[in-house]
Design a protein around this ligand. Structure first.
Ligand code: ZN
Length: 233
């Protein structure tokens, strides 16, 4: 089921109180239109009835697409610094819905699902684009780390993050994005051969891959935030 919850937000431009329906869960198998709206950037977007300014709600919902073996918990970018706590809480949510505490019929579905946690609309969109292109999202994160070493001008920080926009035959298109406002900075493209080279060297990348996949937040930004899960335990 795709569920919505009533909520009210304040227009950032004119302070009008607006009644909205916030997404609580998206079932993309039953509602492919919602998946398309996520891809084209219009999901949970509206105009203020008073001043017409464009507003997009903060994402906080679960996304299910059995056809692509994906279950994604989506949270606002401002919560990324607490990713370890959020990872633990969404692991519980998944276990109750499709994992070890779920009904057998749900567990059968859950066995085929990859569990992911993302912060912000661009990160969610990227996971869908990468999966639809048949790429491994963990390898894509390793590719980003590789690219940052190759591009001297590349830098994380001040909320900038690197996201895949599109995958066409032999080219991955990237953009630096400010996730809170979805503001796009520079774009660049990279040859798929770089991705294939990482895929062909699993041993060389194994230690970093292990760090990236120690929880459902599979994102290279976790390597830049604190000491990680081992230090927290
Ligand atoms: Zn307004």
């Amino acid at each position: 089921m795709s569920l919505f919850r009533p909520a009210s937000i304040t227009c950032p431009a004119c302070d009008t109180l607006i009644e909205v329906e916030e997404s609580d869960s998206v079932n993309a198998d039953r509602r492919p239109d919602l998946r398309e709206a996520i891809i084209d950037g219009t999901f949970q977007q509206m105009n203020c009835p008073s001043c017409d300014v464009q507003i997009r709600l903060e994402p906080q919902f679960n996304y299910l697409e059995v056809g692509q073996s994906l279950w994604i918990a989506v949270f606002p970018p401002r919560m990324m610094p607490e990713y370890i706590e959020v990872e633990d809480s969404i692991t519980d949510v998944f276990d109750n819905a499709y994992g070890k505490h779920a009904q057998p019929s749900a567990r059968v579905i859950g066995d085929d699902l990859d569990v992911r946690l993302v912060f912000g609309w661009p990160a969610l969109r990227e996971k869908l684009v990468v999966r639809a292109a048949g790429l491994d999202d963990t390898l894509v994160e390793l590719l980003k780390l590789d690219l940052m070493r190759r591009l001297p001008e590349a830098e994380l920080g001040t909320g900038r993050e690197l996201r895949v926009l599109a995958v066409d035959d032999d080219v991955l298109s990237f953009a630096w994005i400010l996730p809170e406002t979805e503001t796009e900075m520079e774009r660049f493209a990279c040859d798929r051969a770089l991705y294939d080279a990482i895929a062909g060297n699993p041993d060389g990348w194994a230690p970093i891959r292990a760090q990236l996949t120690d929880g459902p937040f599979v994102d290279m930004q976790k390597l830049y935030m604190g000491e990680g899960r081992d230090a927290a335990e």
